[in-house]
Ligand binder design. Structure first.
Ligand SMILES: *Cc1c(COP(=O)(O)O)cnc(C)c1O
Length: 458
């Protein structure tokens, strides 16, 4: 056996090695992420202003900048055990293909029916809703991954789940919709005539195919109008990054088990939840001065919040009803081009990651869609997994870094997050194979126009 083969292809953790607490990175941040503001008063939001919309315990987690470890309730750990720990895979075949001295590992979150990491937070949010005695939750979904994950979580805890799905996705992705209905969720194409805001939009734009902003507005209205319902969100928020820290904690435990030290950690960034979760314990070490890592966020060139956005207070939704968050943003009126990585088409970025990036603690880069699919295909052909377009942004950057290692001869250890599978994205692959995929890149003028419309705070 060669030295190399002593690390198994898949590093699993034993059940007793799985994390018992989530790690709250904010506790170790010197510069804390800026607080959410009430859009009406411009003052920081208090817990009591948030509890009519969000579950009580989740509001506590949202505002908690202090406690480093928050214990994972046994009921959630029991659910995690059904599909976790997720494997940390040594990409031996990809290394071979690239002829690189780099050692590449990926943390694979596609091993559950929803096909992505989103279930890690969905199950936590459903649990706290159930614990509060609620009847159900409402949410929006664009591409469908979050709605799918939430419907699975709600059926487990016997909660009602109302999903507002952007009409164009509802029509174009009937299979995602049916997965949600299999788990008992009600799926309404948005805009709909079930809410005031939906009816108003339909009246003004009768043929509209909907938008995420509009679906958020409908879901929030449905939560506040229906007794016993609250609204839940699948990314961006601090609580979501907290739940997703399970990804990073498992990754770190697996690496430590074999004495492996990562040099760089790479993840795709839409709202920042998988990346925030993956890097959490590593960034914690970096903040405490115990270790150093290069941390790289990868975003689409069509929606470049980090690399071309502005760090400012902005609305979280295009409907401008949600709280203001300080984040790297392209402006809530920015309409990303129809990139196929639906999960990365968000105008803003997690306030936690935004602060870390502003403090120079992590890097960001943007990649073009055709390069992403080229990387996706290369990966699928050697590693066997057909990756989600979102995840393939991380693959693309990891391959670029591995090729740099080939050129310099450096044996760097690269860890990246493989957030999910791409089975529901075959139309995108089809476009790529047919040579019909385009690279949309916003002009400086387009970005400046939406930045000019950022809310002004007095
Ligand atoms: C939603 C999604 C993402 C992006 O969301 P983040 O909050 O940035 O992690 C990435 N990959 C997959 C598979 C997704 O479903």
């Amino acid at each position: 056996m060669t030295q190399k083969n002593r690390i198994p292809y898949k590093i699993y953790l034993e059940e007793q090695e799985m994390p018992q607490s989530w790690y709250n990175l904010r506790a170790d941040m010197v510069n804390k992420p800026a607080p959410l503001l009430n859009p009406g008063t411009g003052e920081p939001l208090k817990a009591e202003e948030l509890t009519p919309i969000f579950c009580e315990e989740l509001v506590q987690q949202e505002l908690d900048m202090e406690h480093a470890y928050i214990s994972i309730p046994q009921e959630i750990r029991d659910f995690y055990r059904m599909y976790r720990p997720s494997p940390l895979v040594r990409a031996y075949c990809l290394e071979e293909k690239l002829q690189t001295p780099a050692k590449i590992y990926y943390k694979y979150e596609g091993n559950n029916t929803s096909g992505s990491h989103k279930l890690n937070s969905a199950i936590a949010q459903a649990y706290y809703a159930k614990k509060q005695g609620l009847k159900g939750v409402t949410t929006e979904t664009g591409a469908g991954q979050w709605g799918t994950a939430l419907s699975m979580a709600c059926s487990y805890f016997d909660l009602d789940c109302k999903v507002y799905m952007v009409k164009v996705s509802y029509e174009q992705k009937p299979f995602r919709r049916e997965v949600m209905r299999t788990y008992g969720a009600s799926v309404t194409p948005s805009p709909s005539d079930t809410t005031d805001v939906g009816r108003a939009i339909l009246k003004e734009h009768p043929g509209t195919t909907g938008s995420l902003g509009c679906a958020i507005s409908e879901a929030v209205e449905a939560a506040t109008r229906n007794e016993g319902y609250r609204y839940v969100l699948g990314s961006v928020l601090n609580q979501v990054l907290l739940h997703q820290s399970v990804i990073g904690l498992e990754t770190k435990a697996a690496l430590d088990k074999y004495g492996i030290k990562a040099d760089m950690i790479i993840g795709c960034a839409g709202g920042g939840s998988n990346l925030g979760g993956l890097i959490a314990p590593f960034m914690g070490e970096k903040l405490r001065g115990e270790a150093d890592y290069r941390i790289i966020a990868v975003e689409p060139a069509s929606c470049p919040s980090f690399t071309r956005g502005t760090y400012a207070y902005d609305f979280c939704d295009t409907g401008m009803i949600c709280p203001l968050a300080k984040m790297y943003t392209l402006g809530s009126s920015f309409i990303p081009a129809p990139n196929h990585a639906g999960g990365l088409r968000y105008h803003g970025m997690s306030p936690i990651l935004s602060q870390l990036y502003d403090d120079g603690l992590m890097e960001a880069r943007s990649v073009r869609q055709t390069d992403v699919f080229e990387a996706a295909e290369k990966f699928a052909r050697v590693e066997g997994i057909l990756p989600a377009p979102e995840s393939s942004h991380a693959i693309c950057a990891a391959i670029d870094e591995a090729i740099k290692c080939r050129e310099t001869g450096e044996e760097k250890t690269i860890v990246f997050g493989l957030t999910g599978t791409g089975y529901f994205d075959m139309t995108a692959y089809e476009k790529f194979h047919d040579g019909q995929m385009e690279n949309y890149i916003p002009t400086d003028e387009e970005i400046a126009a939406s930045i000019a419309r950022l809310p002004r705070l007095n």
